[in-house]
Every structure is written in C-alpha cells, then in structure tokens.
Design a protein around this ligand. Structure first.
Ligand code: ZN
Length: 301
C-alpha cells in the first residue's frame, strides 16, 4: 500500500493506492502554497488516518508540477513557494517517518498511460499535457527518460517565436515563466490559448469558451485555433521525427475537447516525415487518475 498525491498549485489530490492500483479514501485539499508546516500537515493528517493499515516502510509518492534535482533532491516549483528550493523528499520523509518519492506530474501522467492506460504495449511513448501550460514526458520500455538534471520531454521551453526586423509586432513573443521569451509554453496551454486569442483579436475569453466557439464554427475562434494547432503541430512533428514514439497520450484540461485532439492529430501527421495512417495523438484513458497512479508506479520502480 502507498499514500499517493498529485500536488498542484490549487489542490492536493491525495489517496491510498493498493497493490492492485485501486485508489481509495481519496481527498482533495487546498494546497498551502506558502506554508511548509501546513503543507507537511496535510500529509501527516492523512497518514494518521491509515497508520494502522500501513507498514512502516510503505512509501508516500508525490507527483507535482516542478522538478527535483536528481543529485540533491532540491525542488524547483513555480507555483508552490514553500517547497521551492527545498529537498522535499528528504524533509517530508524526516517529518513523516516513511520513505517519500517525488516525480514530475507530466512524467507521472505518461508513465501511468504507458503501463496501464491508452499507451499500453507501446515501447516508445511521448505524452503531453495541455493544461494551464504545456508539459510532457518520455517513456522507453516502461521507464521515464530524463537527463542528468531530471529534465525530459519538456517540449514547452526554448524560444520558437522570434520577431523579425521586417515584422517585429506580427509574432506573439510573450515572456515565459522560465525566464525566456517566446517559448511554446506561452501560447501552448489553456492560459496560452487565451493569451493568443487576445493577441489576435483583442478579445478576452476562457480557453473552454474559445474551443466551444471554434466547435460551433465561430470565425475568430477558428483563426485562433488554426494558429494554435499549427504552432503545436510543428513542434510535435519535430519531436516525433526525432523520437519515434508510436503513441502520444494527451491529458490536461484542453484534452477535454475531443475535436481539438483530432484537429491537432491531423496537423501533426501532416507535418511528420513518416506519419502513421491512424491517429497518433489519443485522449488519456486514465484522465484525472493518471497523476496518482503514475506516482504509485514510480514508487515501485
Ligand atoms: Zn519557457
């Protein structure tokens, strides 16, 4: 048995996950982003409810939006200040008295989809999250692939939108949370879609309103989605030409639009050098459970 959590900037989704990957006693608790003692308290309170059922060495495994340096365990987290710069696994293990594992949430998502979701049976999987921003993860032979600093599959960062001297205002070059400008992440997720829509039409709308208006044939929403899909498709085609994944599970809030996944899939395959005849981008099978299940699977590995 394990305690698993999917920690986001707004909520901590926490549950017990048993040997059969069954999720039990699930709770959703607001994330105390700025208070370490309160953050630790969420896990301590949850663990105290199940302490009779847990063995001493049953771990806590946490998927979160951020990165843990492989050598020091020091966390980089843009939206949870109290864990940023802290060796989270070590500090939580000391406070809670059991092993703690941490995994990037996009890696947890794609690991779960590769082992027990829509990408089962595929050797190479690239998974992408179109959530608030853009995330991703790489799997080879059932294991997460990362570099020496723990990064892998992070296709959202690196400047791809560059203004030209001829048309310096025509390209949407926005500041990115990573400190660069013009990263895909600035227009690739839900906030990015909204930013792009405002840039193109001077209109404010939520991402769900933009996708719904596009599905209804609205001209301005169609222009936004056209640009959005073309930018994402070009980057994804380059990734799939480089790393020949045979399936790309798509999660995150924007994946709720099946039409958007279909549109993106068609454009990605249009842009790939060697595209399959069948869809390569597919909707998540595990949905909102992928983070918890991926955390459980990562603890086993
Ligand atoms: Zn960036």
């Amino acid at each position: 048995m394990k305690i698993c959590a999917d920690v986001g900037g707004s909520f901590i989704d926490i549950a017990v996950v048993d040997e059969n990957a069954s999720i039990q006693h699930r709770k959703k608790i607001p994330t105390p982003t700025g208070d370490w003692d309160a953050f630790t308290g969420v896990f301590a309170d949850f663990q105290s409810d199940f302490v009779a059922q847990l063995r001493d060495d049953d771990p806590i495994s946490i998927a979160f939006a951020g990165l843990a340096a492989p050598d020091t365990g020091i966390m980089t987290s843009a939206n949870i200040e109290c864990i940023h710069g802290r060796p989270l696994a070590r500090d939580l293990a000391a406070a809670l008295g059991r092993p703690v594992f941490v995994i990037n949430d996009a890696d947890a998502f794609v690991l779960a989809e590769a082992i027990m979701g829509v990408a089962q049976g595929h050797r190479r999987v690239f998974g992408l999250i179109l959530g608030t921003g853009v995330g991703g993860g790489l799997i080879e032979d059932g294991r997460i692939v990362t570099g020496p600093s723990g990064i892998g599959g992070e296709w959202g960062h690196g400047q791809i939108m560059i203004p030209t001297p001829k048309a310096p205002d025509a390209v949407p070059v926005f500041e990115c949370g990573c400190g660069r400008k013009g990263c895909l992440d600035t227009i690739g997720g839900a906030r990015g879609l909204e930013r792009l829509h405002h840039f193109l039409h001077d209109r404010t709308a939520k991402s769900s309103q933009i996708t719904a208006a596009w599905e209804d044939g609205d001209a301005t929403a169609t222009a936004t989605i056209d640009y959005f899909c073309d930018i994402l498709a070009g980057s994804l085609a380059m990734i799939l030409n480089t790393y020949p994944a045979t399936v790309v599970p798509v999660g995150g809030g924007l994946s709720n639009s099946a039409a958007l996944i279909r549109e993106l899939d068609q454009r990605v395959r249009r842009d790939m050098l060697d595209a399959p005849a069948h869809p390569i981008l597919v909707a998540t099978l595990l949905g909102g459970n992928a983070g918890l299940l991926g955390a459980a699977l990562a603890a086993d590995q």
